[in-house]
Design a protein around this ligand. Structure first.
Ligand code: ADP
Length: 451
């Protein structure tokens, strides 16, 4: 069983790790892709807008190498657009990276002067098959280029000055730039991302494994607790079942005996079955409490009245054990709570006080309102609880003196239920004790009206 449970947890952990790593890896890949796309776009956007600028400014600035003028209107009056007019940064005086070429109406390419180094064939090759108005990239002879061609309508052909005097109408202006640095930077970025993905993959698996482990810790703890609960419950039920079985077998050995003759055995069966019934009811309460199936009915409860009622029930047994009960209660303490459950809570605490207080002892119940809470103290002068045991008394199935408390009908579930009831009411329960001198349980329950 243990083997299968740990195998199950291992399997869940592997699944969780895979799931976590997939999610983390996906996030990483999406993030890297977004970064790559953004940088890629930004880089080429900058280049493209420089090319548009260069083409637009083609008409506005007379660069040394490429003398030209563009007529803006039809009446032959020359107008140079001013950069400020268009709310944009003026172009650089010389942009050496961008080559602006024009194509005249006969399809001849015009290059800036001087252009000895530029081969017209190469320019033609670059401009081949370019789609107008859309920036494009091309790789030729291991170099990357970006170009943009803008074609003009017949009635608005820009005029370009060639040489000193000659004006030529052009139908298309193109900008060409080498984008080797940008492309190599992007390639490097891809390498970095790939490298990061590989390293990230292992880091992510490590992180995912760690997260899966952490996520499973509380689940494992609660699983172990449940297992412990089932084991303890079965253990508790085994004893009464064994006693009932044994007594019944003994009864069957003597079928001719009268009920009177076997009354001890029958009483034993009755006692154990009552005990078992109680235990099963308590277990059911705890199981339903765990799965939040128990609905509480909250009403106004006058605590002193409830406490007096319960103490009346305990008086005969206290008298029998010669235990005194003293009550000092503020008569107006009203809390909002489930009367049945509060009754159960007080019975558990008073029952313990009577159970663990020897003859001649004293039980004191004190209560007052303070800071919006009903403060209740149930104090006895009984056997007390040792400092080592104090942290465990509210745990399920915890019994101080195992043999003695079982004889008293205790199963170690009382205080666990008491704690659950108090917490369900938004209160707190505490215990103070000195071994041999007695114990004091302190309850804090929220008052109906804050005082
Ligand atoms: P049980 O059914 O054994 O009384 P509880 O959960 O009510 O179970 O209490 C758990 C343990 O706490 C007891 O076994 C006992 O050792 C200790 N205990 C509880 N109340 C008192 C008390 N008033 N005085 C001394 N010990 C107490």
């Amino acid at each position: 069983m243990l083997q299968t449970v740990s195998a199950m947890f291992k399997k869940v952990m592997v699944k969780l790790t895979i799931l976590n790593s997939t999610v983390l890896l996906l996030v990483f890949i999406i993030y890297s892709t977004v970064i790559y796309t953004y940088i890629n776009q930004k880089l080429f956007d900058t280049i493209d807008s420089s090319m548009i600028q260069a083409i637009t400014d083609f008409s506005g600035y007379n660069t040394q190498g490429f003398p030209y003028r563009q007529f803006q209107n039809q009446n032959g009056k020359m107008k140079l657009p001013h950069p400020e007019d268009e709310h944009r940064k003026p172009p650089p005086l010389v942009d050496l990276r961008i080559l602006v070429v024009a194509e005249d109406v006969d399809g001849r390419i015009l290059l800036p002067q001087p252009n000895e180094k530029i081969d017209i064939e190469d320019v033609a090759m670059l401009l081949e098959n370019t789609v107008n108005d859309i920036p494009q990239s091309k790789t030729i002879n291991e170099h990357d280029y970006r170009m943009l061609s803008i074609s003009y309508a017949v009635d608005s052909y820009p005029m370009v000055r060639v040489g000193k005097e000659k004006m030529i109408a052009v139908k298309k202006i193109s900008a060409i730039t080498v984008v080797d640095p940008e492309v190599s930077m992007l390639k490097r970025l891809v390498v970095i991302i790939m490298f990061g993905t590989v390293i990230g993959f292992f880091v992510i698996i490590g992180v995912a494994y760690y997260l899966a482990r952490r996520a499973l810790v509380p689940i494992k703890a609660s699983w172990d607790k449940q297992q412990q609960f089932v084991t303890d419950a079965s253990h508790e039920l085994r004893t009464p079942i064994a006693v009932i079985k044994l007594n019944t077998e003994l009864l069957l050995h003597n079928p001719d005996h009268t009920i009177e003759e076997e009354s001890i055995r029958i009483a034993g069966i009755l006692k154990e079955s009552t005990r078992m019934g109680k235990l099963v009811a308590t277990l059911l309460t705890l199981a339903r409490a765990d799965s939040n199936q128990i609905e509480m009915e909250f009403h106004t409860v006058l605590l002193p009245e409830l406490i007096s009622d319960i103490i009346q029930r305990f008086e005969p047994i206290a008298e029998m054990k010669e235990i005194g009960i003293e009550i000092k209660l503020d008569p107006h303490m009203e809390v909002i709570g489930d009367k049945e459950r509060l009754h159960q809570l007080l019975v558990i605490l008073l029952d313990n006080a009577v159970k663990y207080t020897p003859q001649g002892g004293l039980i004191t119940v004190t209560g007052y309102s303070k800071n919006g809470f009903a403060q209740l103290f149930i104090k006895d002068t009984g056997i007390g609880i040792s400092t080592e045991e104090l942290p465990f008394v509210f745990e399920r199935f915890y019994r101080g003196d195992k043999a003695r408390s079982r004889d008293d009908g205790g199963s170690g579930l009382g205080l666990a239920i008491a704690k659950w009831i108090v917490e369900k009411h938004g209160g707190k329960i505490r215990v103070e004790s000195i071994k041999g001198e007695g114990a004091q349980f302190q309850l804090q329950l929220p008052l109906e009206k804050k005082i």
